[in-house]
Design a protein around this ligand. Structure first.
Ligand code: ATP
Length: 539
């Protein structure tokens, strides 16, 4: 698995993702998509929309406003309970989501270096070393008061000053301790900071809602919140959409849009930010059919990611435990991806029951119901919600596409995007940039292909370097125009160009009139067929 630093640096170097406001020192909780990043993310959103809206009879779209009436957030329960448990270090002042502390501590430098030690004298040395405890975890109880901790372990009196040294054998064997026991000893029983080892405060709930005042004068501005999920825009429009679209149950409303959460610890690149984009579906069903529909959506969404290249071994489903379910949910399953920092949520698929529609009916006084022809009764539908993150999906596709290979003794970095996701689909490369006929043909070809696929023209380096550049941004096909294509004094033009496949680096030579149908096949991902038909070109 590639580490995140490589992805961050490639993203910056090649224009996928930049840190927000970088020239001012950056904002850790927001990121900007560069020229290739915006193409990639737009492709993710376009495919999601195509597969979930355009290819289905039972779905319509919506684009609701980000700011909503403040009562929406009372009715939805977000004001009362949309919070995460928060804790802070009493020594270094860092903040954490209480339920993330354990993971962060396990991955911290100090814990990992401590875990590598063999016996107590080593621990003693580590505590005192400028490269060990003193530097990595200066506020850890073991580092601050080693004598006290060693004495406690031996059951000695508080006045003795001897430490793990000559009588280290009197201590429990270090290697025999479980992680929990070792932590308990070095932290002296408290919860400690992954950054400095200091004591953490007791967890308290912290609201994730971002406040905003609408109106020019602070005192009279309407206080509301930037939406923390796009879902509520769908619920409050349920009746509008029903009346306008005349849909019958079961049917869904899909929406892609920004959401905002005042996350306690944004981080891991674009994985957790305070401003992000969601791709959400609220799928309304008859009560009683909800469990079946929930399972259908879990299966459907789980199959979606591998369709566009995510390796099956890198995604899994995780069922929510009863005590982790959101206040509205009957059952929730998360699709998790093996990100560089470990398995983490990509999408949540919840059965939200009739909670939201009922709440909004009660708070707004407007009935949000459906007339069921069969039972001749008004009912409140149940809702299945597949809720995916556009940024997290984009990051997962980027991470999964990243490959390093050795080609003729050199490292090749290649992003093996599915052609539908690749930011640039085709690069047209003239083999000789001083040959006018080659350049003219290549530019005309670029202009023609652009009408159907995003195509770029590049003549700014040698062909080898141009291929590497396109590999590194995941362009599935390069087309080269050479002397044979346009002819010269010695030979007539053969009017053929060479197509190179990014993944196999194989090449085929195809006549210009046949190029478009061949590209069509290639975009559908069938290089093998095309290679068989046209024969691999040996260079
Ligand atoms: P987490 O447990 O990671 O905080 P969540 O369970 O609160 O996520 P949901 O409320 O289910 O997330 O939101 C649906 C989707 O929206 C998530 O699966 C994720 O893809 C995306 N998402 C949620 N919070 C963020 C965030 N802070 N940054 C980026 N994407 C997010």
């Amino acid at each position: 698995m590639v580490d995140m630093d490589k992805i961050v640096s490639l993203s910056k170097r090649r224009g996928f993702i930049f840190q927000s406001s970088e020239i001012y020192g950056g904002l850790g909780s927001a990121w900007d998509y560069g020229p290739l990043g915006v193409e990639l993310k737009n492709n993710v959103k376009r495919l999601w929309w195509r597969d979930n809206v355009h290819l289905r009879d039972d779905m319509v779209g919506l684009d609701a406003a980000i700011t909503m009436h403040p009562r929406v957030w009372e009715a939805s329960g977000h004001l009362a309970s949309f919070s995460d448990p928060f804790t802070g270090c009493l020594d270094c002042g860092r903040h954490y989501r209480a339920d993330h502390v354990e993971e962060a501590r396990k991955n911290s430098k100090w814990w990992q270096s401590l875990k590598e030690l063999n016996d107590w004298p080593d621990v003693k040395k580590w505590v005192q070393s400028d490269k060990g405890g003193k530097k990595l975890a200066p506020n850890l109880p073991l580092v601050k008061n080693p004598d006290q901790i060693f004495q406690k372990m031996r059951g000695f009196g508080p006045n003795l000053t001897s430490v793990a040294g000559p009588d280290a054998h009197a201590l429990p064997e270090l290697q025999g301790l479980t992680d929990a026991m070792l932590l308990n000893i070095v932290a002296d029983g408290s919860s400690v900071c992954p950054n400095c080892g200091g004591k953490l405060s007791d967890p308290k709930p912290a609201s994730l809602m971002l406040k905003v005042g609408l109106g020019p004068v602070d005192e009279t501005a309407t206080q509301t919140y930037l939406r923390p999920e796009t879902a509520q825009g769908i619920f409050v429009n349920f009746d509008n959409v029903l009346q306008a679209s005349r849909k019958k149950l079961p049917f869904g409303i899909a929406q892609i849009g920004k959401a905002f959460r005042n996350e306690i610890t944004p981080g891991n690149f674009t994985f957790r930010t305070r401003e992000f984009e969601q791709m959400e579906i609220e799928f309304f069903v008859l009560p009683g059919t909800d469990e079946e529909w929930h399972q259908k959506w879990i299966d459907e969404r789980f199959a979606w990611y591998p369709r566009y290249g995510i390796r099956k071994e890198n995604i899994r489903l995780r069922e929510h435990e009863k005590d982790e379910l959101a206040h509205y949910a009957k059952r929730t399953a998360d699709i998790e991806y093996l990100f560089p920092m470990g398995w983490s949520e990509l999408e949540g698929i919840a059965n939200r029951t009739d909670f939201d529609l009922k709440q909004h009916s009660e708070f707004s006084g407007k009935a949000l119901e459906y007339f069921d022809e069969e039972s001749k009764q008004k009912i409140v539908p149940y809702v299945i919600e597949p809720s995916a993150g556009a940024d997290r999906s984009t990051l997962a596709f980027l991470v999964d596409a990243y490959h390093e290979e050795e080609v003729r003794g050199e490292k090749r970095v290649v992003l093996k995007f599915h052609p539908e996701l690749a930011p640039i689909k085709i690069a047209v490369l003239p083999l000789l940039k001083k040959n006018d006929r080659i350049v003219e043909t290549a530019k005309k070809l670029t202009a023609d292909l652009r009408k159907r696929w995003y195509t770029v023209y590049d003549d700014t380096a040698s062909i080898g370097r141009l291929y590497r550049r396109q590999d590194e941004v995941g362009t599935p096909f390069c087309i080269t125009v050479d002397v044979q294509t346009v002819g010269d004094e010695k030979a007539a033009a053969d009017e053929k160009v060479t197509i190179r496949d990014r993944n196999t680096m194989e090449q085929v030579r195809v006549s210009l009139p046949a190029l478009e149908p061949v590209m069509e096949k290639l975009m559908a991902g069938i290089w093998v067929d095309v290679a068989q038909e046209h024969g691999i070109k040996r260079t």
